[in-house]
Design a protein around this ligand. Sequence first.
Ligand code: AR6
Length: 172
Amino acid sequence: MTTRLRAIRGDITKLETDAIVNAANSSLLGGGGVDGAIHRAAGPELLQECKLLGGCKTGDAKLTKGYRLKAKHVIHTVGPIWHGGKSNEPEQLASCYRRSLEIAVASGLSSVAFPCISAGAYGYPAKSAAETAVKTVRKFVETETSLKEVLFCCFSEQDLQLYQQALNEWTA
Ligand code: AR6
């Protein structure tokens, strides 16, 4: 099966994919931005489950249920904080996308939606974050064929344009 990659504009908490990805911090105990929105929409049970996970390292990901969300699962990943680009940020960001997809595949999920990981509070430049996201996901689906669809859920029109550009440029 070929995996469909698509960028959309919207609120990730409203999506009905098998999993939505959360741009969390290493405590996994909630925060602002998309993390706050996901916890609010999922309800307090999500935090209860997150408390049992023992945190998460930068570049890694962990799975929970989706509770009151339409998405059945949440994959929590921790993006790098941007320190200028010479502190392994691109590798760590790529690892977030890879690990999230590995977990989705291992759990038998077929559709996953990503927010623009690290591109908000963590300060990662939006254009290069979009390029890394698209390149990494494309490479992953070259060899892993069980996923039906990967969505890049952009909150702003500007981000959507960056993803559409990256999707056009980095075709397989
Ligand atoms: N749906 C989709 N995208 C969203 C939504 C939403 N509902 N809300 C915000 N975004 P950020 P980070 C976009 O700051 O940079 C948290 O406090 C937003 O416009 O949420 O990885 C965590 O706990 C931006 O493009 O995540 C961490 O401490 C993108 O989501 C820290 O922020 C990511 O912005 C993580 O920072």
